[in-house]
Design a protein around this ligand. Structure first.
Ligand code: 5GP
Ligand code: ZN
Length: 113
């Protein structure tokens, strides 16, 4: 999609620190990390947010969560991690391309702000 930041990152038009990539998904470090480990996982196809997902996206989501678990293990995370996807303005979504935040490496508070 034209003018979408994460579509441009997926296309390599904007540089990022990639942790994993295949034909469907990209995992890259967040530019403004909120924890010692903070990366984002996105589908390469433009989807606005989790609110647009359908039953047909089940395999994609399975791959995303399996990849998150593998990357956390590779990064030495043994004490847990958090996966967050913000939806819409009140949900705190600032980039309208579906992304899963993965946060780890410190004790995370609950509830979030
Ligand atoms: P949201 O607020 O939509 O849930 O999350 C967007 C995330 O994208 C934020 O954590 C922000 O730091 C990250 N971000 C924004 N612009 C860039 C960028 O150009 N590169 C990378 N790697 N992350 C970005
Ligand atoms: Zn996009």
């Amino acid at each position: 999609m034209d003018d979408c930041l994460f579509c441009k990152i997926c296309a390599g038009e904007i540089p990022s620190t990639v942790l994993y990539e295949d034909d469907e998904i990209l995992a890259f470090r967040d530019i403004d990390p909120q924890a010692p480990l903070h990366f984002l996982v996105v589908p390469k196809n433009h989807v606005q947010s989790a609110a647009q997902l359908t039953m047909q996206d089940g395999a994609l989501l399975g791959k995303i969560f399996a990849t998150i678990a593998r990357l956390c293990e590779e990064q030495g995370i043994t004490n847990g991690y958090r996966v967050v996807t913000n939806v819409g303005q009140q949900g705190g979504q600032s980039v309208p391309h579906l992304h899963f935040h993965v946060l780890a490496g410190r004790q995370l508070a609950w509830p979030p702000g």
